[in-house]
Design a protein around this ligand. Structure first.
Ligand SMILES: [Zn+2]
Length: 129
């Protein structure tokens, strides 16, 4: 008897508009109105970790010799819908579009994120240039 193999669900890698190194504005929650730098992007869950924001305090017990007990502060992931990307050109929080534009030294057409505000390409700080 052959059992039909369950098809593996493709890992949904939704393209996020927000990447590591971006400056974002938090638009909901307790850190609403604050800005920070994305220290980690989690595309699988559509979340980002913003440096120093959305901090959860966690009480931990001492564990062996490696960890001291006490309170640790940890930046919790925020859903991308709760943050807005700040444009590197006009410095406004904006929605993001996608286009192919000539970029870099060779002016090759590359997919870039476009600020809906000023229409300029948003810089990808983590991309080596
Ligand atoms: Zn802009």
């Amino acid at each position: 008897m052959s059992v039909k193999q369950k098809e593996k669900k493709p890992l949904h890698l939704a393209k996020m508009n927000i990447k590591k190194g971006d400056t974002v504005l938090i638009i909901t929650g307790k850190d609403k109105g604050k800005e920070g730098t994305v220290s980690r992007a989690l595309p699988q869950v559509n979340k980002v970790i913003v440096e120093g924001l959305n901090i959860a305090k966690k009480h931990v017990r001492p564990q062996g010799q490696t960890r001291q007990g006490g309170i640790i502060e940890k930046a919790m992931p925020l859903h991308v819908s709760n943050v807005m990307l700040k444009c590197t050109e006009c410095n406004e929080p904006t929605r993001v579009g996608h286009e192919r534009r000539p970029m870099g030294a060779d002016q090759k057409l590359r997919p870039v994120r476009i600020c809906k505000h000023c229409g300029k390409a948003i810089e990808d700080r983590m991309r080596s240039s």
